[in-house]
Write a protein that binds this ligand. Sequence first.
Ligand code: MG
Length: 240
Amino acid sequence: MIQTAIRNYLSATGHTTLNIKAVMFDMDGVIFNSMPLHAKAWVKAFAECGIKFSGYQVYLNEGRTGASTIDEEFLKAFGRHSTTDEQREIYHIKSGFFRQMPAPELISNITDVVDFLTKNNISRTIVTGSGESTTLDRVEKLFNGQFRRELMVTAHDVTYGKPNPEPYLMGLRKLGVAPNEALVVENAPLGVMAGVAAGVFTVAVNTGILAKSDLTAAGANIVFDNMLQLLDALPLLTKN
Ligand code: MG
């Protein structure tokens, strides 16, 4: 399965080798099990303004800006675009609900994955649409400096965000590696699209409630059910 995925990546990109020197991790749903909390907060916030929005839709939309998510649901529900004030208000309600929830726990076995990379001298960074500085600080602390803030790409660094390749291209620049020298680890369709558009071998780990086909359709080079499967695949993926 892995060999086939690598062959397919090489033929799609025209590279002759995949020589992994760095791994770029998404944060929500990859480092932290935060998506169930985001889903609850979004569903409650939309319900307050009379819009039905499911947890599944939250997972499908992960990575989009709040404003664009709100606008699309307004169009569907009321047949008109939302105003900037409405976008701001609903996003404010959503953030309020999210802050009332406990801090998200780490995704199972993510520390083993990161430890493997550190032991094998493979660089690591976070590429996220989030700009929550408390969460980013938590990453530095929980992983004992295995992630460094100055290498991270966050909401504050980018203009377009995922699914645009911009954040991952910026990650490559910060790490000083070429697209065929990196891996992207994502859990969301829009994030997968961003990784693939940046020309990077993109691993999807389905840590949430999406169908596997949602991640395959987004172009993931390989889809795993959990971090343990990624951990098992890493020796083969990173040997060259
Ligand atoms: Mg994510």
